[in-house]
Design a protein around this ligand. Structure first.
Ligand SMILES: Cc1cc2nc3c(=O)[nH]c(=O)nc-3n(C[C@H](O)[C@H](O)[C@H](O)COP(=O)(O)O)c2cc1C
Length: 356
């Protein structure tokens, strides 16, 4: 597929034209009042940069690592379900794009094709994200299937005991809500974490959906390899903090015992670099990834990441840093927002709120 857009504004409009209203609402929507969704953006908008000057920024390195694997920019692909509704080959398109560009993707339990088909799609490292749809034996079998297929880490999502009440009405969401096996999610405890860790041996384990220092500390005590700070893009519990607001307390609680990644509202290089400055190892993108796929499947996603890489390099240069490890909390400070937040409010030339 040939896909051509000059910036994310054009990409998002292209995706909107390609996708039905139902699919658009599935991607963009969030739970109940959508306060969490908006706070994710608001929290990012309430941080301003404190750039440093007169530094030689002719050579800039945007690379970092995630769980020992090099990535070209500090941006990972958050797990998403039902991807074949907005990209023809589902999660295989994400995988193809990540292999080509050079970053790591999380593959959801509830996307297509099967985890084995995606593993065979490319040799590059990727994480398998578990949603619990059965008893302990079912969980262990699924984790081992992913390990045997070659996934480089296993991720457990822990923020979904109930399916979030998303009210941008789409027939799919009603169907998804009514899957009886979802009830197994309610039984996840720290014993489940331990059980999966035992089942996968030395393969790194990521816990997704941490929102407090208290739980981050417990996760670190359980020797997880990565705490993934997330409120599910506002799709689960409404009325929580914007994720970047909780990042400093979580980084402090973890105290270097494991990696910390974050998602929720990240759509610009500046957003990503704010999180790196506050101690995240990398940032994951959900909706931005979906819009890129909607605009042009795997080619659209590669192009989106290429644009992001240029934006990250430029922003790093303007901040006066040449590598990501030079960023620290002194590069950001509290400020006031300048616009009403919503899922694509970082793109100020688009119409506000829900696009119909
Ligand atoms: C369309 C869509 C489907 C999602 N499906 C999953 C999923 O299957 N598993 C999961 O752990 N998180 C899922 N999420 C949440 C994302 O992994 C991520 O936490 C969230 O999208 C980050 O916020 P952002 O969309 O503002 O970047 C989904 C998000 C979206 C937008």
């Amino acid at each position: 597929m040939t896909v051509n857009f000059n910036n994310a504004h054009e990409m998002i409009l292209m995706a909107r034209r390609n996708l039905s209203q139902d699919t658009w609402d599935y991607i963009c929507g969030a739970a109940e009042s959508e306060t969490t969704l908006r706070r994710n953006r608001l929290a990012l908008d309430c941080l301003a940069f404190r750039p440093r000057i007169c530094r030689d920024v002719r050579e800039i390195d945007t690379c970092t690592t995630f769980l020992g694997n090099k990535i070209r920019i500090p941006v990972l692909m958050a797990p998403m379900g039902s991807i074949s509704n907005f990209s023809p080959n589902g999660a295989a398109d994400v995988d193809t794009a990540c292999e080509e560009f050079g970053t790591i993707n999380f593959i959801s339990t509830v996307t297509e094709p099967s985890l084995e088909v995606i593993a065979e799609n490319s040799p590059h490292p990727k994480s398998f994200q578990i949603y619990v749809r059965g008893d302990d034996q079912w969980i262990r079998d699924l984790a081992k299937r992913a390990v045997n297929a070659g996934y480089s880490s296993i991720t457990l999502t822990v923020d979904s005991a109930f399916y979030g009440n998303r009210e941008r009405l789409s027939p799919w969401q009603v169907a998804l809500r009514n899957v009886p096996a979802r009830a197994f999610q309610k039984g996840i405890t720290w014993d489940t974490v331990k059980m999966i860790q035992d089942a996968i041996g030395n393969v790194p384990f990521v816990i997704k959906g941490i929102q407090t220092a208290e739980d981050a500390a417990i996760a670190a005590e359980h020797e997880v390899n990565c705490v993934y700070v997330s409120n599910h893009g506002g799709r689960q519990l409404d009325q929580v903090y914007g994720n970047i607001d909780t990042l400093p307390e979580i980084v402090k609680a973890v105290n270097g015992r494991c990696e910390v990644i974050i998602d929720g509202g990240f759509t610009r290089a500046g957003d990503i670099l704010k999180a790196i400055a506050l101690g995240a190892n990398a940032v994951a993108i959900g909706r931005l990834q979906a819009w890129a796929l909607g605009a042009g499947s795997s080619d659209g996603l590669v192009k989106c990441l290429e644009h992001l890489e240029i934006e990250i390099e430029r922003t790093m240069g303007l901040l006066g840093v040449t590598s990501l490890d030079q960023l620290n909390p002194s590069y950001v400070g509290e400020s006031r927002p300048v616009r009403l937040p919503h899922e694509h409010s970082a793109f100020s030339h688009l119409p506000g709120g829900r696009i119909e």
